[in-house]
Design a protein around this ligand. Sequence first.
Ligand SMILES: Cc1cc2nc3c(=O)[nH]c(=O)nc-3n(C[C@H](O)[C@H](O)[C@H](O)COP(=O)(O)O)c2cc1C
Ligand code: SF4
Ligand code: SF4
Length: 265
Amino acid sequence: MNNRIFYFTGTGNSLAIARQMAASLGGAEITPMAAMPGGYVGQEEERIGLVFPVFAWGMPRMAAEFAKALRPRTGQYVFAIATNGGSPGRTLVQLSKILRAIGSNLDGGFAVRGDFLISMQSQTEMALIKFIGWLGGKNVPGFAKDRFREISKTVEEKKSHGAETSNASLNFLGSLMYGFSIKMFARMDKGYSATDACVSCGACVRLCPRENITLANGRPIWHQDCEYCFACMAFCPQSAIAWKGAIPSDPKHHPDVTLSDVLLR
Ligand SMILES: Cc1cc2nc3c(=O)[nH]c(=O)nc-3n(C[C@H](O)[C@H](O)[C@H](O)COP(=O)(O)O)c2cc1C
Ligand code: SF4
Ligand code: SF4
C-alpha cells in the first residue's frame, strides 16, 4: 500500500475523513493509533497521514503520544487533518514541533470542522462549545465535507501546506488552556455512569482507546485514564451511558461510522 493513515476518533468525524482520504488517494492502510502503542516506523509508503480531533486547542493525549513515537522515513510526505468544532488553536503547530523534534516534518497541516457535532445535554458543555465557536472568530475553518476536494488534491500532489491555526488571540488563549485541560480530561470520566438500559454487552470496554473501562457486576467502571473522547457514550448500542446523569440526543456519532467500525478488540 502506497499510503498509510493513522487515526484517533471519539464521535467518528476523524475516521470518516480518514476513509475519504484513503479512497481519494487510491487506497491507504487505515489504522487506529490506539492499536499502535509503540508508534510506527515508516516503510515504503509515499504518504503518512495522521487524522485526529482537536481537544482543548491541542492534540488529544493519544495523538500526541503516537506522533512522538512515529518515525517517518526521509522523503515521506507527512500530512495531518485535525477535525474540530471551529477553533483548532495551534494544534497543528504542536504536531509540527513534535515531528521536527524527531527529525521529520509536517508537510501538510489541515484544520477542518467535523461534519458531526455531538449534542451534549449538559448546559455547561453546550455553553463551552458555543464559547469555543465564538472565540474562533473569523478564522473558523471550513467543514470537512466542503474542504475535502481541496485537501485531497494537495495531499495527492504532495504539496507543502503550512499548519493551519485559529486567529492570534485564540491561539494564545488556547495555548494557555491546553496543558491543564488535557490533564483534567483524564479524570472527566468520573461524570459517566451506566443506566438500567445497560445489557452488559461489553462494547464500551472493547472500543475504549485507552482501555479505561472494565465491567464489574455487568456494569462499566471507568478508571480515570480517559481521553474524554465520548466514544463510549456515543457508540453504546443501548444509549445506556450518561454524562452527569444526561444522555445526549440522537444522533450521537457521525452517520457513516458504526459501532463495529470503532471496536478495537
Ligand atoms: C473533550 C473535547 C474537547 C474539545 N475541544 C475542542 C477545541 O478546543 N476546539 C474545537 O474546535 N473543538 C473542540 N472539540 C470538538 C472536536 O474537536 C470535534 O467535534 C471533532 O470533530 C471530534 O472528532 P471525532 O468525531 O473524530 O472524535 C472538543 C471535543 C471534545 C470531546
Ligand atoms: S456498551 Fe452500553 S450496554 Fe454495552 S456494557 Fe457498555 S454501557 Fe452496557
Ligand atoms: S472512557 Fe469513554 S470517553 Fe474515556 S477514553 Fe474511553 S471511550 Fe473515550
